[in-house]
Write a protein that binds this ligand. Structure first.
Ligand code: PHB
Length: 394
């Protein structure tokens, strides 16, 4: 090849490299670290996505917008809560925007759709909500790290707990999709093993807002308690209807804590009182870290920070602390993530190197009217809850 042709080829290669790797080769440490906030900003989970994204920004402002001379910038993309949309937005963020991290999604089904692409692209996905057990179980990947919870992790210990409190016949009810099914499976397995009896089991489509037919069946079964999972707007609708059906006084309402969490409790009001739930965070946790978080979140957004907010805030902290460990490089970032542990608003937190799922405390709370306020009062704590590997080999 002639010298001029060689030079032209080299130039083209350099331009391609520059485009592909976002100019890292020449711009060096000045290149920003890009974080794709891959969350639902529309659709059934919109409010949850906004809450996580808001707190993610707060987290970067709190823990560091710059590491090793590189600024952290967030690019938002809307999954709409739909698996196919989530996957195409993930591809856009990775292949077009060149993000260094993905943070999200909310739905277990969207997370399932992202898994193979994330694994192949090797861009770390920090799961800030979706509890899909398989992503830190049989479908685990070095590049899928979960800071939120697994569906089993929240519910598994509640089976024996309910039996120990005298709730021996329990009716299960949940949203009919991956998360609802996995949560009920975790509860059912440990509940039966502890001597409990399932009085009935019903699944309602995620879009259900009229629970009348389901509540009728529940009433007829006359269980000691109902163990329920509904997220977001479905939870908002379910709780007042449970009271309206006259069930609250006779059948204990319990379940995965999102049914009546910080996120919807104000709007549910007195109908929520008496609910017993399990969750990885309640705003009433009495610690300096939680007070600092709530003060900052409330000052900026004018509302109480929920469990979704804490997951966004902790995702930012995990990213910043891991990057500090590597001096701002994304090389060896997975190893650096495994080295991170901190006490955040929800308590102590670290990533299990066997599964990449978070190890954390799970709180059992009762929703009570305290003075003129309604709040979650912690009545028990499962300490340092970690999932078994469930077929994961990292
Ligand atoms: C999920 O789909 O994994 C999910 C969604 C919303 C929640 C909890 C879990 O509140």
């Amino acid at each position: 090849m002639k010298k001029s042709a060689r030079t032209a080829t080299l130039c083209r290669l350099m331009i391609t490299c520059f485009a592909l790797f976002g100019g890292v080769a020449s711009a060096g440490a000045a290149e920003p670290i890009k974080v794709g906030a891959l969350l639902p900003y529309s659709g059934v989970f919109a409010a949850l996505g906004v809450e996580i994204a808001d707190a993610l920004e707060l987290g970067f402002d709190t823990f560091g917008r710059e590491v090793g001379g590189r600024e952290i910038v967030v690019i938002r993309e809307d999954t709409e809560g739909k698996p196919s949309v989530g996957l195409s937005k993930a591809k856009k963020l990775v292949l077009r925007d060149g993000v260094d991290f993905l943070v999200g999604p909310v739905s277990s089904e969207v997370a399932g759709a992202l898994r193979d692409f994330v694994h192949r692209s090797r861009v770390p996905l920090i799961i800030a909500n979706a509890g899909n057990n398989h992503l830190t179980g049989k479908l685990c990947s070095p590049y899928v790290i979960r800071v939120s919870f697994s569906n089993a992790q929240i519910n598994r210990d509640m089976g024996p707990w309910m039996v120990s409190r005298g709730f021996e016949r329990v009716y299960l009810m949940a949203a009919d999709y991956a998360a609802g099914r996995q949560m009920m499976e975790a509860f059912r397995t440990s509940f039966i093993a502890a001597g409990g009896t399932v009085a009935g089991e019903e699944y309602a489509p995620l879009a259900t807002r009229d629970f009348g037919p389901y509540l009728g069946k529940l009433k007829a079964a006359r269980p000691d308690a109902a163990y329920v999972f509904f997220p977001g707007a479905a939870a908002m609708a379910f709780v007042p209807q449970y009271e309206g059906f006259g069930l609250k006084e006779t059948i204990q309402l319990a379940g995965a804590g999102w049914l009546s969490s910080a996120f919807n409790i104000e709007r549910q009001g007195a109908a929520a009182a008496g609910f017993i739930g399990a969750l990885n965070y309640v705003p009433s946790i009495d610690s300096p870290e939680n007070r600092a978080f709530q003060d900052a979140f409330q000052a900026r957004f004018g509302r109480v920070g929920s469990e979704f907010a804490v997951q966004g805030y902790d995702s930012a902290r995990l990213i910043v602390e891991a990057l500090r460990g590597t001096g701002g490089s994304t090389e060896q970032i997975i190893e650096a993530i495994h080295e991170v542990s901190f006490v955040g608003p929800r308590g102590e937190l670290r990533i299990d190197p066997l599964t990449n799922n978070v190890i954390q405390d799970i709180y059992v709370f009762e929703t009570r009217t305290v003075g003129d306020r309604i709040e979650q009062v912690v009545i028990d704590t499962f300490v340092d809850v970690r999932d078994p590997p469930n077929g994961c080999r990292l």
